[in-house]
Design a protein around this ligand. Structure first.
Ligand code: SAH
Length: 342
């Protein structure tokens, strides 16, 4: 648990409109990041391998009720072809993300993970396929998966209920995260910034939860409305609030792997660079086949071009160099991480 003093400090940082205090916060976050990771920027190749989803989250553009979404699934061969392209470009982490699509059974997914790990011995595989049973997660770990991303979305029960239909629960989401951690994955939690109904108190609960869970990664990006969801017309989260939160999370979890997310790059042109300067140390360019990229529309206007596209890695490298950082090749594990034996 955070002390009252700590909580008040978090609150001040999150709420401040004082540019001087903000700059101090970012400088402190950068210093902390540089103590652990120097100037290195880790890259991940993001493969969005299915947009079928059995869930109906109110914020998400690929929710099952969106019958305008053009659904697709990649085959195992297509996924491996993405990895090949990515490997040649210098990626050493592949992130397989998708909707909750039960076509991809545990066995099928485990096979895909194993195939990637057999071909690319020096690569890490990250899964981001939502809530499954502990047994499923164990199977993925045994197949060789290294990391798992599952944003908790909000640590406040009532707020969770405002974002999700009643068949989903914060309790199960948290159960998944604790299971993943116990099994031995590098685990990523996280939340959207400015989602409908989010208050400063919700954010403080998020921070409290992150402090308790001690995840290896935290995904934080602004909420952006999607026109085919119940949240169409709601306000998007702001860049400044996202940056302040990135910095505070860096200070609470000094060694955390913290991406400057696509959503941040989408709401502002130099969002990703500003994320880096607020304590982020990871970027996740899109490695999906170009013919499906525009179909993985979690929110309106989602970027998949420019530096967001894996094949434009040179752009990204230059933009990172321009702010004093350098993109490195390599798995980019969390500092100090040791894989647990099965
Ligand atoms: N099915 C997987 C992957 C979800 S997509 C899972 O459940 O983990 C990855 C993330 O995109 C989500 O966790 C959510 O935080 C984010 N996201 C979804 N819709 C969004 C929106 N409208 N604006 C911003 N981020 C969104």
């Amino acid at each position: 648990m955070a002390t009252t003093g700590e909580r008040e400090q978090w609150r001040e940082w999150i709420e401040t409109k004082n540019k001087v205090l903000e700059e101090q916060l970012y400088a402190l976050a950068r210093q902390t990041r540089e103590n652990w990771y120097g100037k290195d920027v880790y890259i991940r190749g993001l493969i969005e391998f299915t947009n079928y989803c059995k869930n109906d989250c109110y914020y998400c553009g690929i929710r099952r009720s969106n019958n305008k979404a053009l659904r697709y699934r990649l085959t195992e061969e297509e996924i491996l072809a993405c990895c090949k392209t990515g490997y040649e470009l210098g990626f050493r982490t592949f992130v397989l993300q998708g909707g909750e699509d039960l076509f991809f059974t545990d066995l099928r997914l485990a096979r895909i993970v194993a195939a990637i790990k057999e071909t690319y011995l020096d690569c890490a595989v990250t899964l981001s396929v939502g809530e499954r049973s502990r047994k499923s997660y164990e199977m993925f770990y045994e197949a060789g998966a290294d990391r798992y991303l599952l944003r908790h979305e909000t640590a406040n029960d009532a707020h969770y209920g405002q974002l999700h239909p009643k068949e989903m629960s914060l309790e199960n989401r948290k159960r998944c995260l604790w299971d993943l951690k116990e099994i031995g994955f590098q685990v990523g939690a996280g939340m959207m910034v400015g989602s409908p109904g989010q208050t400063v108190e919700c954010i403080l609960e998020d921070l409290e939860f992150l402090k308790e869970l001690q995840p290896d990664m935290v995904g934080i990006g602004p909420f952006i409305p999607h026109c085919e969801t119940p949240f169409y017309g709601q306000k998007a989260g702001t860049v400044d609030q996202t940056l302040r939160l990135l910095a505070v999370v860096r200070l609470i979890l000094p060694q955390v792997l913290l991406p400057a997310t696509t959503a941040l790059g989408t709401i502002e042109q130099d969002g990703r660079e500003r994320g880096m300067l607020a304590g982020a140390n990871v970027v996740m360019p899109n490695l999906s086949p170009s013919n499906v990229r525009d179909k993985y529309q979690l929110y309106d206007g989602k970027l998949c071009t420019g530096s967001e596209a894996a094949e434009n890695l040179d752009n990204l490298k230059r933009s990172m160099e321009a702010i004093g950082y350098r993109v490195v090749s390599g798995r980019g594990d969390r500092a100090g991480y040791v894989r647990k034996a099965i």
